[in-house]
Design a protein around this ligand. Structure first.
Ligand code: CTP
Length: 422
């Protein structure tokens, strides 16, 4: 694929070098078009060396090749990272005052902007309007990640991680396959961070807690997220065990499946698998309570007796137990939890999620923002990945496949730090 990588003038310009690497290592042909301002951060020579192509930002170089027309026309995809407030403004108003803005006006394929700027600039009404204008024209503008910015400040405005931009960009150029299809093993393992040689255990679906031989207490989990994660881990080269509670979707091919029904069964299966796992992902919706007594026979209505009252007892917190067992056994292992949060008058999504990360003691917490969230303004397929190690929160939006690929990538990068590869 022919990709134009536009680089705006911000401190995050250096991160575009990693993005360029991901593209070229995945076999794409990349031409870098930096803005004049960005060359104060990263020089033209760097882009030429890394891309293997001549680099300019002037429409007056090599005029005979009509570069500003050719680049835009021939590009299968244009990615601008980092996109500054100035660049978004120039693109939204259709200006053509350098090679990058000319190229954007000539674009025939998809265009993606990955913004990076100070929070105030991102939240400024002018920038909001420019982003809305671009989005209304079918251009993808990612939300910036939240975290530490150039100075001491932090908030939304960080350039999303190169892996996240890479995933979003390729998903734009290649329509995602329906994750309900049983995925076939991919020849294209996600570039950069492979899980080859790693053992990954993922729980998925919703547990069912029996009341009698025909009834149970359950939940609405479909298992789709866990299945998409298992497929993404498998495609990244991992040996995958899927501990599957009730699921509405089939398990992916190429993974070992351990079927369970109750929280206690899921706990046993996870304990057993944890002993030889480099990574544990608790994506299952585990019932927090189970009926205190299970009737061997069907519970009948009786006119001569009171209606039954169901007493519940607490199920163990499996995620927390797995963390404790890891400590007791002295295992090096990466443990990932999931959480669904809405935020309320007492706290926001991130506040609740941070508290949960600490309470559970896991290394990463993938937070589903249920419904539209005021902070991020993203839909229900958006997640925030929180890390106990202090690396900034990362927001990812897209289909469950795209979100899973991003989670697996993040696991890959955290894993290098936590668990030495033997
Ligand atoms: N989980 C678990 N065992 C349980 C309940 C949950 O291992 N008995 C795991 C889930 O698989 C998920 C994470 O814990 O990875 C978050 O669960 P959640 O229900 O959101 O958190 P709670 O601690 O129950 O907090 P609350 O319901 O108050 O938000």
């Amino acid at each position: 694929m022919r990709i134009v990588l536009g680089v705006g003038g911000g401190i995050a310009a250096y991160k575009a070098a990693s993005l360029l690497r991901l593209f070229t290592e995945a076999g794409h042909d990349v031409t870098v078009v930096p803005t004049e301002a960005s060359t104060r951060f990263v020089g033209v020579a760097t882009w030429e060396a890394l891309s293997g192509h001549p680099v300019t930002n002037s429409v007056f170089d090599d005029v005979d090749q009509v570069r500003h027309v050719r680049l835009g026309h021939e590009a299968d995809l244009i990615v601008v990272a980092p996109a500054t407030a100035d660049l978004l403004a120039r693109a939204a108003t259709g200006q053509a005052n350098d090679l990058l803005t000319n190229t954007l006006l000539m674009a025939r394929g998809p265009v993606l902007f990955a913004p990076a700027m100070h929070t105030e600039m991102w939240q400024n009404a002018a920038t909001r309007a420019n982003v809305e204008t671009l989005r209304s024209r079918g251009i993808t503008v990612l939300d910036p990640a939240i975290g530490r910015l150039t100075g001491a400040d932090s908030g939304p405005g960080r350039l999303p991680e190169p892996e996240v931009i890479f995933d979003a960009a390729l998903a734009l150029a290649t329509p995602p396959s329906d994750f309900l299809d049983v995925p076939t093993p991919s020849e294209d393992a996600p570039a950069g961070l492979s899980l080859a040689g790693r053992t990954v255990t993922i729980s998925a679906g919703g547990t069912r807690e029996p009341l009698d031989p025909v009834r149970f207490l359950g939940n609405r989990s479909s298992g789709k997220q866990g299945v998409a994660l298992a497929a993404a881990a498998r495609d990244a080269g991992a040996t995958v065990t899927l501990v599957a509670a009730h699921m509405d979707v089939p398990a992916p091919g190429g993974v070992e499946v351990v079927s369970v029904e109750t929280a206690l069964e899921l706990r046993e299966a996870m304990r057993a698998a944890a002993v030889h796992s480099d990574v544990i992902v608790m994506a299952a919706a585990v019932a927090d309570f189970r009926p205190a007594a299970v009737s061997d026979t069907k519970i009948k209505k009786r006119d001569d007796a009171d209606d039954p009252v169901i007493s519940l007892v607490r199920n163990p917190d499996i995620l927390h137990e797995l963390v404790q067992q890891r400590e007791e056994a002295g295992r090096t292992q990466l443990i990932v939890g999931f959480a669904a949060e809405t935020g309320d008058e007492h706290g926001d999504v991130l506040g609740y999620a941070r508290a949960k990360l600490e309470r559970k003691g896991c290394d990463l917490l993938v937070v589903n923002q249920v419904g539209r969230d005021k902070v991020f303004g993203q839909d229900s397929n958006s997640v925030v990945i929180l890390s106990a190690a202090g690396a900034g929160p990362e927001s990812v939006a897209g289909t469950k496949d795209q979100v899973s690929a991003a989670v697996i990538r993040r696991i890959g990068s955290e894993l290098g730090r936590v668990v030495p590869h033997i």
